[in-house]
Design a protein around this ligand. Structure first.
Ligand code: HEC
Ligand code: HEC
Length: 326
């Protein structure tokens, strides 16, 4: 009898501890809500209206309904980036468990701030990263952020062989500079839509030590136009400070990035290029690598580069790198 009480109590205490050790979904796991955005009060995504109204984007003669635009297994190809040789996984994914890579990363591989650009990355690097997501070696520091959680899930459903075909497709594309990096004391206020910052028109607030990256034409971006550019507001003076860290290593604070990421950060062997890529993505990765949430086979090479970086250093570095020509 005594024993039973003892053990039931212990089990209850254990269960309570387990409950508390798991952060409730509303508590952010990082102190960088602009880099790892999620909205705890976001309503569960309603299915898109099947309103037959045709949407358009600049410089495309095509037209799609909202339902077609949000079809993860048949994403809109506004500018005919897909051709007959585009792998099935990129254009359509696999029914039920793998949405098309081109849905999130866009048909031309430019990606969006809440995911990653894949255009021009080495195929072996892409395969290695998806494998790291699959095996749990790479995950986001913010488990509440929807898009990385989705990437994890689909990686688990994939295998290296099929990912290789997608990787070869993206590696052959050329990444284009499409993010305007602007040093500014202010930035628009924003709302969060599935991991992306959406500027509220006509508003402004002090930027402080943040990067606010947002679509230049939100309507086109919401329509998944893969040619509609972004703007990133970065702190005044950050680009120059970032340049010093990246090119000199900042007196032993970090390593010169070009040693591994190549001249002008254009990539070297299987080490990814960085120049011109999304600053929010770059900050997330520096943070994830430093925190150990990203610890794949190749991550140890980054260990010394990130060990002493503060959040402000990461902001400066990302501001500089994003402003470079890819
Ligand atoms: C539901 C949206 C979504 C789909 C579909 C998707 N991804 Fe991703 N992917 C993401 C997000 C979000 C990230 C960034 C995760 C993070 O922060 O680590 C990402 C990151 C990646 C990266 C890391 C890039 C880098 O520079 O390290 C690779 C590689 C990748 N995805 C490959 C793929 C492939 C291949 C497919 C198709 C089989 C695919 N993804 C489908 C959302 C998606
Ligand atoms: C000693 C080699 C080395 C140096 C020096 C180095 N890196 Fe890296 N970096 C890597 C490797 C290898 C990876 C891939 C890591 C992985 O697979 O997890 C990487 C990945 C990254 C990523 C993630 C890219 C992506 O597509 O997800 C970022 C961002 C990055 N490095 C930034 C930097 C910056 C900034 C510096 C300089 C301050 C730097 N690195 C210096 C080797 C290096």
């Amino acid at each position: 009898m005594k024993l039973r009480y003892c053990c039931a109590g212990a089990a209850a205490a254990f269960a309570t501890a387990a409950l508390f050790s798991q952060a409730p979904p509303s508590a952010p796991a990082t102190s960088l809500p602009w880099a790892f955005p999620f909205d705890p009060n976001a309503p569960k995504q309603a299915p898109p209206p099947d309103d037959k109204e045709l949407r358009h984007v600049p410089n495309s003669s095509k037209a799609f309904t909202q339902k077609q635009i949000t079809d993860g297994f048949n994403p809109p190809d506004w500018h005919q980036d897909f051709g007959p040789s585009t792998p099935q996984l990129v254009a359509h994914g696999r029914p039920q468990d793998i949405r098309a890579c081109g849905f999130c990363h866009l048909p031309n591989g430019q990606g969006r701030p809440e995911n990653a650009s894949l255009a021009g990355l080495p195929a072996a690097y892409i395969v290695a990263q998806v494998s790291d997501y699959r095996s749990g070696l790479r995950k986001s520091s913010e488990p509440n952020m929807g898009p990385p959680a989705n990437m994890l899930k689909l990686a688990q459903a994939s295998n290296d062989e099929e990912v290789t075909t997608a990787a070869e497709y993206f590696s052959k594309l050329k990444y284009k500079l499409w993010i305007k990096v602007v040093e500014s004391k202010t930035a628009p206020k924003y709302r969060i839509a599935t991991g992306m910052l959406v500027a509220i028109e006509g508003t402004s607030e002090p930027l402080g030590q943040r990067i606010v990256e947002t679509a230049q034409n939100i309507e086109a971006t919401e329509n998944r136009d893969d040619a509609s550019p972004f703007v990133a507001y970065v702190p005044v003076g950050s680009i120059k400070k970032g340049e010093a860290l990246v090119t000199t290593g900042g007196n032993g604070k970090t390593l010169r990035c070009s040693i591994c990421h190549g001249t002008d950060l254009k990539g070297l062997g299987n080490v990814p290029f960085l120049a011109g890529r999304s600053p929010s993505y770059l900050v997330r990765q520096l943070y994830d690598i430093k925190s150990g949430n990203r610890h794949g086979a190749w991550s140890p090479l980054m260990k010394e580069a990130v060990a002493k970086l503060t959040t402000d250093d990461m902001i400066d570095i990302a501001a500089y790198i994003s402003s470079r020509m890819p």
